[in-house]
Design a protein around this ligand. Structure first.
Ligand code: NAD
Length: 459
């Protein structure tokens, strides 16, 4: 008797996933519901995908489940709507990963104290995903990282389960490019890069992102997408360093760097606006280029532009303090004992984000030189300044400062110097310049104010 051997047809997981994407009923797990993850979770839930946000931070998880928002780029009413509508819920239970069709990783990628990549968050999450991996899942790493992470750090953990990448599960890098606070470019209209471990990984991910994002661009590997993202941030860091260097030179030559840049940027081609400031901040620009510099060393390659840009950008807080000293000197005063009012401490205007803010360094240095520092920032009620062997605060490692209640003329008038470190649009700079004895403006926030009385100095 002939025995009929029929090979069981292998399931086409790519096809099954694409069908679910089109119907918007694929379950999406977003791991890490911070600046990147929460807007993404809301975006997907808004168009009908059932979304589960996973995070280790119990407070954030509880807040989202109550419909409470903590990220400025997310609209309160939109978050409430998707939570109440049952489209978005959050949890600290990582076994939920097994229920997801798509897992998007949005965890932090900081530097260690030695300025090397700290991949502990990606490693932890990859371990959790591997534990719950099942056939038919798309895994997308959106965190910014050095080229090679997806294939060298994540893939080995997932492949060790015995499941096959490109057939059983799909793995891509698709970097988040969001610019917090940017009203013109949102997740939806910012081109999305997708680089898969295999062609089918890229296809599946492109089908997923194509449901909510206008344009998806395919890269031939995760490494290309990873490199493109760190290059973008390196490009900004280097160009900011270039204008910062121009600011240092213009100061010496007594040319207004702001007027010079405004003039230069009138050229309609071949140049792009970047502006100087008291240093660089945020989670990306001061961090990401060093991910690339670290990886380059593995190839006996020294990324000299990155190192030089880092050096110039890190020197800016010191320059601000030097200039403050000079301005006080014009009034016959020194830094020691002078009252300095700092306006704006976040790294970017009109945002409550303090990450890597250069204001902390400037304030630390002012305190070190013996200034009495107050600050005003409507977005930041208090800050913790690390101290460096200061006489007056001896014995303390750090000093907590609370924002003064308003930026009114009275406080500005009683300071020897007002230093604008971030130009929040809600502050009346005309009033400040009128009331203050001297103003050092590192952001050109007073550009539209009549400064003919000679009390304001630009960077
Ligand atoms: N903020 C930006 O503007 C921006 C823009 C583009 C890319 N990125 C990149 O996106 C990534 C995330 O940045 P972010 O700004 O959203 O960070 P974030 O700190 O705002 O949020 C990260 C979240 O991950 C959570 N988390 C940490 N470890 C976890 C773990 N093991 N499991 C689950 N959750 C965990 C944290 O509790 C936090 O809620 C980083 O790689 C960053 O470089 C950020």
């Amino acid at each position: 008797m002939a025995i009929e051997v029929r090979a069981e047809a292998k399931r086409d997981y790519a096809k099954e996933l694409k069908t679910k994407f089109r119907a918007h009923n694929a379950v999406v797990a977003v791991v890490g519901i911070g600046y990147v993850g929460l807007p993404l979770a809301v975006e997907k839930a808004k168009v009908g995908f059932p979304v589960i946000g996973l995070d280790r931070n119990e407070e954030r998880v509880a807040m989202v489940n109550r419909g409470e928002n903590y990220i400025r780029d997310v609209k309160d009413e939109e978050l409430k709507k998707v939570v109440l509508g049952g489209k978005l819920r959050t949890s600290t239970d990582f076994s939920e990963l097994g229920n997801a069709d798509v897992v998007i990783i949005c965890v932090p990628t900081p530097l260690t104290v030695h300025r090397e990549p700290d991949l502990q968050y990606i490693e932890n999450v990859s371990g959790e995903i591997a534990e719950h991996l099942r056939p038919g899942q798309l895994i997308s790493l959106e965190s910014t990282t050095y080229p090679g992470t997806t294939e060298e750090v994540i893939l080995p953990k997932l492949a060790a389960t015995g499941l096959e990448v490109g057939n059983d599960f799909f793995l891509v890098h698709s970097p988040e490019r969001v610019d917090p606070g940017n009203k013109r470019y949102t997740t939806q209209n910012t081109n999305k890069l997708v680089g898969g471990v295999t062609q089918s990984c890229t296809d599946v991910a492109a089908a997923f992102y194509g449901e909510t994002i206008i344009k998806v661009i395919r890269c031939s590997s995760p490494a290309v997408a990873e490199m493109a993202k760190v290059f973008e941030n390196t490009y900004r860091a280097v160009n900011i360093a270039l204008v910062n260097e121009m600011a240092l030179l213009c100061d010496r030559m007594e040319i207004s760097v702001w007027e010079m840049l405004d003039a230069a940027f009138t050229k309609p081609f071949g140049i792009q606006p970047f502006y100087p400031g008291p240093g660089v901040g945020g989670h990306c620009i001061p961090v990401d280029p060093f991910y690339l510099a670290w990886k380059a060393r593995e190839y006996d390659f020294s990324t000299r532009f990155i190192e030089l840009a880092g050096e110039i950008n890190l020197s800016m807080p010191y320059f601000v303090v030097q200039k403050a000293e000079r301005i006080l000197g014009l009034q016959g005063k020194s830094l020691r004992g002078s009252k300095v009012l700092v306006l704006g401490v976040t790294y970017k205007e009109d945002l409550p984000d303090m990450r890597e803010s250069p204001a902390l360094k400037v304030i630390q240095l002012l305190i070190k030189e013996g200034c009495e520092v107050e600050y005003y920032d409507p977005y930041v009620p208090s800050i913790e300044v690390q101290l460096q062997n200061q006489g007056t605060y001896e014995g303390k490692q750090s000093l907590r400062l609370d924002s003064i209640p308003d930026s009114g003329a009275e406080r500005a008038g009683s300071a020897d110097l007002v230093v604008i470190l971030t130009g929040h649009s809600c502050v009346d700079y005309g009033l400040i310049v009128q009331a203050a004895r001297a103003v050092l403006d590192t952001r050109n926030a007073t550009s539209s104010v009549d400064v003919s009385m000679g009390r304001a100095w630009a960077l």
